[in-house]
Design a protein around this ligand. Sequence first.
Ligand code: DOR
Ligand code: ZN
Length: 357
Amino acid sequence: MTTSLTIPSACDFHLHLRQGDMMRMVTPKVAEGGVSLAYIMPNLQPPIKTTDEALAYKKELQALAPNVTFLMTLYLSPELTVEEVRKASKAGIRGVKSYPRGVTTNSESGIESYEVYYPVFKAMEEEGLVLNLHGEIPSDHNNNVCVMNAEEKFLPELEKLHKAFPNLKIVLEHATSQAAVEMVKRLGDTVACSITVHHLQLIVDDWAGQAHHFCKPVAKYPNDRNALREVVASGHPRFFLGTDSAPHPSHAKESAHAHAGVFTTPLVLPYLAKIFEEIGCLDKLENFACHFGKQFYQVTQKDGFETATVTLVKEDNVVVPQQYAIATDPSTQGDLGAVVPFLASKNIGWKIAKNFC
Ligand code: DOR
Ligand code: ZN
């Protein structure tokens, strides 16, 4: 039985770090979770739409976590011109995130049709920028579209985009379905999937009535979770870690209209060790969490990334904290509330014994 694992620090290719107090609390926790490279989502309020905004945001994050390399993205919107794509590429921005309008947190300025962006995608293909897709179509109850099939119904759009831009690198973010896994396997080397920690663990029964497990896309059927588990257990190099860790204050989660998002950042590698051990593929954890994403994105030392190591150990009683206070200044802690992490108060049986920082 494996009781200790030393691997390189991990890469999280899909992360929400927010703004203000929440950002100040969450950002230092990236390294605590064993992650030294993070690919940052732009759905702030207002969204990050320009190179200058992304660089200013990166500077804030870097000050809060000097040991972490941050790769930045822009939010796909009509303001994103071909010229801005070229500028972004020169400035080291790595991708553009597309949110269909209205499907999740801060997606009010998301897009309605992909065709109008074809010139932008062409420029991205030429510049080597990655297109990061939130792969769901909006619910349409007259046509039997709801959260359970919104991802599967999006897949023809993914195939169409890939056919139109075969050299454009596309990541179908936070895949949740067997159909998505099959489609991405079938498409070429330029199409990949990020997979979250929580979607390897949860199914629909776990979020129906349990607000802290509610996220978008929602976790699906047991066979869908099996497909995700099987593809990571097979060591497929185009399926890699992107946690979609998305903190919300507990009052926003435990409300009549629960906000979507699961918070995994402080314990990314311990959660993964628990889940990979349960699936029976601990030996596949390193490639999934540390190498495959970097290979797909072609991250090099030019991105400022340096390899470090993390040691995980199996232990009898490793209990996830009940919550994390949002305010880092104790005088305001009561006012700002807290974030409840994934598997709060549960024993996950693995911890980081030696971190890279
Ligand atoms: O669950 C989610 N939360 N899914 C997303 O796509 C967005 C994220 C957030 O920003 O809260
Ligand atoms: Zn996300």
